[in-house]
Design a protein around this ligand. Structure first.
Ligand code: GDP
Length: 654
């Protein structure tokens, strides 16, 4: 790059830049001298450092200060417990305040007070530092006091964070690539490789941050964990293919997160591209183009020929301006973990998107429940940097364990405090895991029965459009004064992991009619306790929902076979009585499980397995194909040839 070009980019005269370079011991002859990529970087670093130092000076002189209290680990759920009101009342208050928070979102003292105020409760918080075991009230006592400048001027504009979403093969990857290649400033340096799942470009001398994890992962996984990082969603729709199932999913994900959407009508270079058809299909899903009288910007682009990319970037900047995205530059940094991994050489590594403050090398921090100290910061091109400001993605080294995407990283100046918080959070995370039950038909029904108002979010999947529409209409009609119903996503096709993610992020229930549940979705639903109900008779869905809404839903449980055992030999011991030497034919036998004894196909006894042994050892379970010794509580009459069938209990499926 030539000196004069860099000077132009930095709004300086070539002479000023030459003086600056010489102060950095870099000699250049004239404005036309070429300088290396490294020098360009060094100059920029130096200028940002000067600017940051200037800001620091200005802020420290700032007259008015308020105290903002951050309550480590205070979530909406905790607040509900503390205020002794139901979760749904607190969630109503959260929605009334227009806050995008879920039950596990961490909140600060001011937010807690605002929510309490909406509920007509005057929340007083005692600031008293103490250490020890973590209870909700203790957490409030262990408030970390941070001073944040109350001067609104201290809020600085920050770059927008953009996520690209859309159907597979519609061109998300190529578009991200095209944007990166055409706009990375240091193109001349050649061979720029991106190291982390996010990158920044400069366009019209302003930065834009792109999250480089196409699909819904970056978006919904993070939101499911209570962290929203995306400011603008670019919905890529291939103009030769139109709206497809994942397009609709993406629309609903963005809508649920209340993130503005810009539509990129991609593959505009193809002769088959049909913009009007796309616009019409999109309008069926609530996205009406500006030229059709709506308010959604739709830009024809070609990721291949790069036509229209500038328009997309213009629109991003315009949308960002309207959003007035701002953040504090001073004060301890806060960020969100957007990805993490374990490197063999460097140990645990996390990519952080800074949300506020400036993250610096040497800062002690806590991410989720993991404490650490920033050993190094690497930018999106793998270069070491000294600090990172809001909306900047950085890789951090110096963390002791791998944090989870969605964890919040907070800089806590006092290292000791950091360690105490880490311990406390580990304890509360464990407790939360135990208590963290998702909304189910049963819990909602109980809440409604106890007189609470509630918002019910549904995701509906059905085999064909006809039944989908019928279900939608029925469910929407169930709204009442006490129960507000939102259908956040409905589509034909199986229940997928994306549905489960959306359900987790939005506290929704999933209803499937004549559709299977994909294995990944099943796994996630089990792990995250998401209610997935599948039916094959519409009437039964209606019946269940009516019961939930009237507060009278009771799940029906059924027994199911978990193991089958054959008694092969009886051993009599004077102390324990008879032990049935048995062979497990199928399943897993477990101690304390309910077992029924059958002789000649007749049930002889039903009770619990009292003792289960492998050789002389007491064991918890024995798998099929192994021998074991069994004693059934209250039944000493086991005989050779008896069958023992073990049963578990599960909610009856329709
Ligand atoms: P993704 O699955 O959404 O990330 O889609 P990709 O970026 O991998 O693109 C899928 C296919 O469409 C690839 O073969 C691309 O080369 C092609 N493609 C993407 N954008 C365009 C475009 O604007 N024009 C044309 N003709 N092909 C494109």
């Amino acid at each position: 790059m030539k000196v004069q070009d860099l000077a132009k980019e930095l709004n300086k005269s070539p002479k000023e830049l030459i003086v600056l370079l010489s102060s950095m011991r870099i000699k250049v002859k004239s404005g036309t001298t070429k300088i290396s990529f490294k020098i360009v970087q060094d100059v920029k670093k130096r200028l940002s450092a000067e600017k940051a130092a200037e800001r620091q000076d200005t802020y420290s002189e700032g007259p008015s200060k308020i105290k903002t209290l951050t309550l480590p680990g205070l979530s909406i759920k905790y607040l509900a417990e503390l205020l002794e009101v139901s979760l749904s009342e607190v969630m109503h208050a959260v929605l009334r305040k227009g806050l995008l928070l879920n039950l596990n979102s961490e909140i600060d003292a001011q937010t807690a007070r605002n929510i309490a105020e909406t509920l007509n409760i005057d929340l007083k918080i005692d600031i008293e530092k103490s250490a020890g075991q973590s209870t909700i009230k203790d957490d409030l006592d262990k408030i970390e006091e941070n001073e944040i400048d109350s001067d609104p001027d201290a809020l600085e504009e920050r770059p927008p964070v953009v996520t690209i979403m859309g159907h597979v093969d519609h061109g998300k990857t190529l578009l991200l690539d095209a944007i990166r290649k055409t706009n990375v400033v240091e193109k001349e340096a050649g061979g720029i490789t991106q190291h982390i799942g996010a990158y920044q470009i400069k366009y019209h001398s302003k930065l834009i941050t792109f999250l480089d994890t196409p699909g819904h992962a970056a978006f919904t996984t993070l939101r499911a964990r209570g962290a929203q990082v995306t400011d603008i969603a670019i919905l890529v729709v291939a103009a030769d293919d139109g709206v497809k199932p994942q397009t609709i999913e993406a629309i609903n994900h963005a809508k649920a997160a209340k993130v503005p959407i810009i539509v990129a009508l991609n593959k505009a270079d193809k002769p088959e591209a049909n913009f009007d058809l796309c616009k019409q299909q999109l309008s069926n899903h609530g996205l009406v183009a500006e030229d059709w009288g709506g308010d959604i910007v739709m830009v024809p682009v070609s990721a291949k020929t790069k036509d229209g990319i500038e328009e997309i970037l213009d629109m991003i900047q315009l949308t960002a301006e309207m959003q007035e995205l701002k953040a504090h530059l001073n004060g301890p940094a806060k960020g969100v973990v957007i990805e993490s991994r374990l490197s063999r050489k460097k140990g645990p590594i996390a990519t952080i998107l800074v949300k506020s403050g400036t993250l610096k090398v040497g800062n002690p921090f806590i991410a989720g429940s993991i404490a650490g100290k920033i050993r190094a910061l690497l930018n999106d091109q793998g270069q070491k940097i000294e600090f990172a400001s809001p909306s900047t993605p950085v890789e951090i080294l110096g963390i002791s364990e791998v944090p989870s995407p969605g964890n919040i990283l907070e800089v806590i100046e006092n290292e000791k405090e950091c360690k105490i918080m880490s311990e406390q959070r580990k304890v509360s995370a464990k407790n939360e895991q135990l208590q963290n039950r998702h909304f189910t038909f049963e819990t909602i029904s109980k809440e409604i029965e106890s007189g609470s108002s509630i918002i019910l979010n549904f995701i509906i999947k059905a085999d064909v459009n006809g039944s989908l529409e019928a279900l939608q209409t029925f469910i929407e009609d169930c709204s009442s004064e006490k129960v507000a119903i939102n259908i956040i996503h409905s589509a034909t096709g199986p229940i997928t992991e994306n549905d489960a993610m959306l359900a987790k992020a939005s506290n929704a229930l999933i209803i499937g009619f004549n559709v299977p549940v994909n294995t990944d979705a099943q796994k996630m639903a089990e792990e995250e306790s998401i209610e997935v109900k599948t039916y094959s008779i519409i009437y039964e869905i209606m019946d269940d929902i009516n019961k939930v809404i009237s507060g009278s839903f009771k799940p029906v449980y059924e027994e199911y076979e978990t193991a089958k055992v054959e008694v092969r030999q009886i051993f009599a011991f004077s102390k324990v009585g008879k032990i049935a030497g048995s062979y497990v034919l199928s399943g897993n036998v477990e101690r304390n499980i309910t077992a029924k004894v059958f002789r000649d196909n007749k049930e002889m006894f039903s009770g619990k397995i009292d003792s289960l042994k492998r050789f002389q050892e007491d064991v918890k379970s024995v798998a099929s194909g192994f021998e074991c010794g069994i004693v059934i509580n209250g039944f000493s009459d086991l005989k050779e040839g008896d069958s023992i069938i073990c049963y578990g209990l599960r909610e009856k499926k329709h």
